[in-house]
Structures are given as C-alpha cells and as structure tokens.
Design a binder for this molecule. Sequence first.
Ligand code: FES
Length: 133
Amino acid sequence: MRSDAMCKPPPFDLARVLCRLDELDGAREFRLGGGEWPLRGFVVRSGEGVRAYVNRCAHRQYPLNHLPHQFLTQDRSLIQCSMHGAIFDKATGYCVAGPCAGRSLIGLPLRIESGYVLLADEVDIELLAARYA
Ligand code: FES
C-alpha cells in the first residue's frame, strides 16, 4: 500500500537545497544556479547551528578551498582559506587572522526544513551568481 506522503512533492523549492542536514559533517561546498558561472558557496556547522557563505575569500576573492568540501582548519574549529591561510570564525565569517584580518566572508541566509538546509527564499541566486562569479 502506497502512502500519500510518498507521492507528495517536497514543500520547498528543490533548487534551493544545499544539502541534507544529517549529511553535514564539518563543511560542504555547493553550486546553485544555471550557466557557466553558478553561485559558489559552502555551508558549515557552527555549534548547534549551520551557516552559509559565498566561497570567496575576503583577501583576494579566490575560492577558499582547493579540494572539494575542504574549508576547515585541522582541528575543524575555524574556516581556513587554502590560498594564503586566512582564518575565519565559523559563526560570523569574521577573519580573525591572516592577510584580511578584520574583514568578513559574505554570509548567506538559510533555513532548515524537513531535514534539509536551504538557501532562504529572499536570496536571488542569479543576482548573487552574477555579482560573485
Ligand atoms: S585569497 Fe584567501 S587568504 Fe589570500
């Protein structure tokens, strides 16, 4: 017997899904939007919460990672740029050490729904992709 719940579409826009909450262990990279220049970002666990940032360092605006999903210091307590080593607080994106100390990553609003981490509805993905590609 099939359950009606199995046939219903999810109650949110699938194009805004960044990852499953239970699959987020540390940090996870994402790309959203069409075309050759999607919005590149990452989500990171911060205490009991989750934060998202544009994958663009506050120093030279390069992507922070060289390897997929690799955004954290060895002890996983902070975000680290793989290019020149800037260190950022996970909860705020504030650079606490390195060549861009005092500046911040660009935060993205999120919501959690039905076990998924989603980019908030007010975020214009195409606009951000064009701005930060
Ligand atoms: S580009 Fe990130 S520290 Fe230089």
